[in-house]
Structures are given as structure tokens and as C-alpha cells.
Design a binder for this molecule. Structure first.
Ligand code: NCD
Length: 306
């Protein structure tokens, strides 16, 4: 049985297959409409979510399956003190596959050790968010046609942003990738990722504070929200929250074929005036998130459609 805890749980070849399946689903949705008939997905969300929970649910419904779950710890027995391991043993009796989001790093990993069904990590604290990474890879591949030879700017909260951490882990396995890490000093990418991932793979990168300095050389700009819920005090958050605001004026500095991605939710970091720019790809990215999760559910359930 397979789980998805980190993007590295799939080899590059397996990822290629999964992304190709997602693209086929995009082109021929009717072919997959009953592939999961009789199967159930449980969404176990101990932290707020709009896209991740609902896109997993939409994915299972699009495949002809059904869904059950809870959307906050308060409405589950976690509020009575039940452990993640007892909860997943219970859910294994009700569903065929589960997606779990939890504020504690490693909670989905604990769950998968006690589960008799595949478990998907739908975000664990500031650690990893592998299904967002699958979404990001599909978006980049669909828009650019490839995942090699690119300069990728990662901007915002690189310290607490789990989407960025997972995306870096995944992208360093492709040829010719370089990063521009754009953040205030306080929100730099943690040194364990700089050393253990970027340096270890000899990936060229530079760190800059000003977005304007990075924009002209980027193929992809990946904006992120300052992760309010992971700050230790409100004061620091307030100081950081509007550090970056991408607007029309800054977009003039960017190449014509650069794409702007954002895992969403956005707060202030992308001005709504950018939404009409053809380079704004963050709502397309939301749609790709459904196709890729359909492909993921089929893969983890080992269901093949001819
Ligand atoms: C992200 C997350 O939850 O980490 N959202 C998402 O899943 N699309 C990003 C964020 O909350 O800022």
C-alpha cells in the first residue's frame, strides 16, 4: 500500500506518469467519470482549508466516488482528546483512502503507520504539502511544456511556507533548475533546506530581499502568503504581512512569458489588478489541482482506466 507524505515518495519517472495521467483526465474527463464508483475518500482536516479539502473531494466526486470527513478538529473527537492513530484506525473502517491536514508536523506520517488505507498528507504544519506540489508541477508543465531549465523565484514567507518547502524538494530533481529566494531576512528559507537540499544537489540559488531585483530574470514567480498562524507573536506578523505586494507596475519588470503562481489563499501579496494579466496563473493552478488529485487518487488506489 502506498501513501503520499512527501513529493519524494514518487520517483521522477512516477511523477511523469502521474502528470501525464492528470493531463489525460483534463482532456478526457468522461473516461474517468466512474473509475472510483463505490470508493470513499475521507478528508480529515484539523486545520482550515478551502482548496485542498474541496479539491480532494471534487476529485473523488469527479471519479464517481463519494466523500466523508470533518473540516475542523473541533467537530471531531480530537476535541475529546482522541489520538491521530486511533482516529485513522477508525477511518480505515469507513473509507478506502484518506487525506489529512494537521497543524503538527509529522501527524499524517503517524496516521499512515496505523492506517490500513492509503493516506495523503494534505499539509502538516510548516513542513510539507505534497499535493500542492503536484498541482504546481502540473501547472508549470502545462504552461511551459517542461520542468527543466528554469529560473524560479520563490517569494514571501519561505520560513514557514510548507508549499515552498515541498516544491523545492521536488524541483531539485530536474535539470537546469535555479532559484531566486525572495524574502525578508526574518522569513528566509530554513538553513536545513538550503544546506540539505539546495547545497547537497548543487542547485544554483541566490537570496534577495527586493522583488524588483529578481523579476527581470524569472520564468516562474511563486508568490506566498505570510503564514500568520505560525508566528509566535502578532507584532512580527503585522510588520511582515505587507512586505511584498505584486502590482501592475512591478509586473512591467517581468518577462512577457513569466507566469505568476500562488498556492492561495492570497491576502495582500498580489494586487487584484494583476488578475487580468495573462501571466497570472493562480486560478488556472486551482483547476489543475483537481486533475492532479484525480490522478493521485487513481494511482494510490491502483485503479487503471484503459
Ligand atoms: C497553502 C497551505 O495550506 O499551505 N494553501 C493551500 O493549500 N493551497 C498556502 C497557504 O495557506 O498560504
Amino acid at each position: 500500500m502506498r501513501h503520499l507524505m512527501s513529493p519524494l515518495d514518487f520517483s521522477v519517472e512516477e511523477l511523469d506518469t502521474l502528470l501525464a495521467l492528470a493531463s489525460d483526465i483534463e482532456k478526457n474527463p468522461e473516461k474517468y467519470a466512474h473509475a472510483c464508483a463505490g470508493k470513499k475518500l475521507a478528508t480529515l482536516f484539523y486545520e482550515p482549508s478551502t482548496r485542498t479539502r474541496l479539491s480532494h473531494e471534487a476529485a473523488m466526486l469527479n471519479l464517481g466516488g463519494s466523500v466523508l470527513g470533518f473540516s475542523s478538529a473541533d467537530s471531531s473527537s480530537a476535541s475529546k482528546g482522541e489520538s491521530v492513530s486511533d482516529t485513522i484506525r477508525t477511518i480505515s473502517c469507513y473509507a478506502d483512502i484518506a487525506a489529512m491536514r494537521h497543524p503538527k508536523e509529522g501527524a499524517p506520517m503517524v496516521a499512515c503507520k496505523h492506517a490500513s488505507i492509503p493516506v495523503i498528507n494534505a499539509g502538516d504544519g510548516g513542513h510539507q504539502h505534497p499535493t500542492q506540489t503536484l498541482t504546481d508541477l502540473l501547472t508549470i508543465k502545462s504552461l511551459k511544456g517542461h520542468l527543466n531549465n528554469m529560473t524560479i523565484g520563490l517569494c514571501g514567507d519561505l520560513k514557514f511556507g510548507r508549499t515552498v518547502h515541498s516544491l523545492i524538494h521536488a524541483l531539485v530533481r530536474y535539470e537546469g533548475i535555479q532559484f531566486v529566494l525572495i524574502s525578508p531576512e526574518e522569513l528566509r528559507l530554513p538553513s536545513y533546506i538550503r544546506q540539505d537540499v539546495l547545497d547537497k544537489h548543487q542547485i544554483p540559488y541566490k537570496e534577495v530581499v527586493r522583488l524588483e531585483d529578481a523579476l527581470p530574470e524569472l520564468d516562474i514567480l511563486y508568490m506566498t502568503r505570510v503564514q500568520k498562524e505560525r508566528f509566535f507573536n502578532e507584532e512580527d506578523y503585522v510588520r511582515m504581512k505587507d512586505f511584498y505586494i505584486l502590482d501592475k507596475k512591478k509586473m512591467q519588470l517581468a518577462p512577457k512569458d513569466m507566469h505568476v503562481l500562488h498556492p492561495l489563499p492570497r491576502v495582500n501579496e498580489i494586487s487584484v489588478e494583476v488578475d487580468d494579466d495573462p501571466r497570472a496563473a493562480y486560478f488556472k493552478q486551482v483547476q489543475y489541482g483537481v486533475y492532479v488529485r484525480m490522478a493521485l487518487i487513481l494511482t494510490l488506489l491502483d485503479i487503471h482506466v484503459d
